[in-house]
Design a protein around this ligand. Structure first.
Ligand SMILES: *Cc1c(COP(=O)(O)O)cnc(C)c1O
Length: 415
């Protein structure tokens, strides 16, 4: 069966035609908002009709440094022309410098590069289990990990095995065993779930997909202390919360906590390219030996070059500072909406979860209303929307976002 690459309507750039073709030929694993994007710069994106929108999702924080950051584009272009992929069968001249700089940023001895976030999480699970058997001395084939209700760690069969989201899990059984789910924010529940088989506690320091859920003050410190006490690895999935999103390099920094294992992804290559990594000390990552784990694309020179530039940008502290400063503006604006159709807001840096009154509007309807007002945002469960503008946004951009939400909620209230 042949079909023209571009129908006349597509050539003329119509939104409806692009949506129709995408829905006809792409499996329906997403339900996108009805906007077709074709270009972007900084915090702003442009659709095929030439309309501009403020990007308040930033690809779930993958675009912390905005679309097409000139520093990242420059090194990517240069590296694209030089060398892009070698496989790890050979050394390349970019991986070492990237690993050195990322190790320094995390304060860890070693990094293990992968591609997607889910692969980073899978890597951390494998490393934790090996550490359990080979270092801690957990009985063969019994390793368990404590994980959190409401978690989001990716989409592989093992990862969805311990998801508590029925939509993400249903009909993908049989599930991978070895995970114990406890309530998020409750350190005592973690301690109760730990026994001699437990190798790690895996958590997001702030739960992103769940709606930017910030645990109680002191929780991460308690988790750190109990992991030390019980000889269990503390594994922090900082894929969405890390790399300046919350005003610190890592969300764990807010409590001065250093996990045993960091999992990083999303913004690690600035949203230009998929790149994830696990960072840990020798005592943990040395359990990985040649042939026991790997990835064809993991550690490729293009990803490593962009990732090294991201680390260099994070070292200046500029983006952490912007996140804190813009986040304060955002928080003040959003808090003024509470009681006016908004039930609650949770903010940390330039990252917010906003619960709207479900009697007024669903999260999806609110995002459709925001789209009409030139703001792109994404609902998560129920009537919660998540806001994560690129950290290169201006104060005016942030105020525009808050005004759009105020207007959209007011419209819903008077409807
Ligand atoms: C997005 C995300 C992942 C999965 O990353 P992918 O690149 O989509 O596989 C894992 N953990 C957290 C906390 C995330 O936000």
């Amino acid at each position: 069966m042949s079909e023209p690459l571009l129908t006349p309507a597509l050539e003329s750039g119509g939104t409806a035609a692009h949506i129709e073709l995408t829905e006809r030929r792409v499996a329906h694993n997403y339900h996108p908002l009805p906007v077709v994007l074709s270009a972007a710069e900084g915090a702003w994106v442009t659709d095929v009709e030439g309309r501009r929108y403020l990007d308040c999702l930033a690809s779930y924080s993958a675009l912390n440094f905005g679309h097409g950051h000139p520093r990242l584009l420059a090194v990517a272009h240069e590296q694209l022309d030089r060398l892009t992929l070698t496989s790890r069968a050979f050394y390349n001249d970019q991986l070492g410098p990237f690993a050195r700089d990322l190790a320094a940023l995390t304060g860890k001895d070693l990094v293990l590069p992968m591609n997607s976030g889910a692969e980073g999480v899978e890597t951390a699970i494998k490393v934790s289990r090996r550490w359990g058997y080979e270092v801690k001395g957990v009985p063969e084939d019994t390793a368990s990990m404590v994980v959190m209700e409401g978690n989001f760690h990716g989409r592989t069969t093992t990862i969805i095995s311990f998801s508590t989201d029925e939509v993400a899990r249903r009909h993908y059984a049989p599930y991978t065993p070895g995970f114990r789910v406890v309530r998020y924010g409750d350190a005592a529940a973690i301690e109760d779930a730990i026994d001699e088989t437990t190798v790690a506690v895996l958590l997001e320091p702030i739960q992103g997909e769940a709606g930017v859920i910030i645990p109680p003050d002191g929780y991460l410190r308690e988790v750190r202390a109990l992991c030390d006490r019980r000889n269990v690895l503390m594994v922090a999935d900082e894929i969405q919360s890390g790399l300046a999103r919350t005003g610190e390099t890592f969300a764990c920094d807010h409590e001065g906590v250093v996990p045993d294992v960091y999992i990083l992804g999303k913004a690690l290559a600035g949203g230009l390219y998929p790149l994830s990594a696990v960072a840990a000390d020798h005592g943990v990552l040395d359990v990985i030996t040649p042939g026991s784990h790997g990835s064809t694309f993991g550690g490729n020179p293009l990803a490593a070059r962009i990732g090294r530039e991201v680390v260099a940008m994070l070292r200046t502290g500029e983006f952490q500072e912007r996140s804190t400063r813009l986040g304060a503006v955002m928080a003040q604006g959003l808090r003024s909406l509470v009681g006016q159709g908004v039930l609650a807001v949770r903010c940390r840096g330039l990252w917010a979860g906003v619960d709207v009154d479900p009697a007024l509007v669903t999260g999806r309807e609110l995002c459709e209303a925001l789209l009409r007002r030139g703001v792109l945002a994404k609902n998560t469960h129920g009537s919660t929307i998540r806001l994560a503008p690129p950290l290169v946004a201006t104060e005016d951009d942030v105020l525009l976002m808050v005004d759009a939400i105020r207007g959209a909620v007011a419209d819903a209230s008077s409807a």
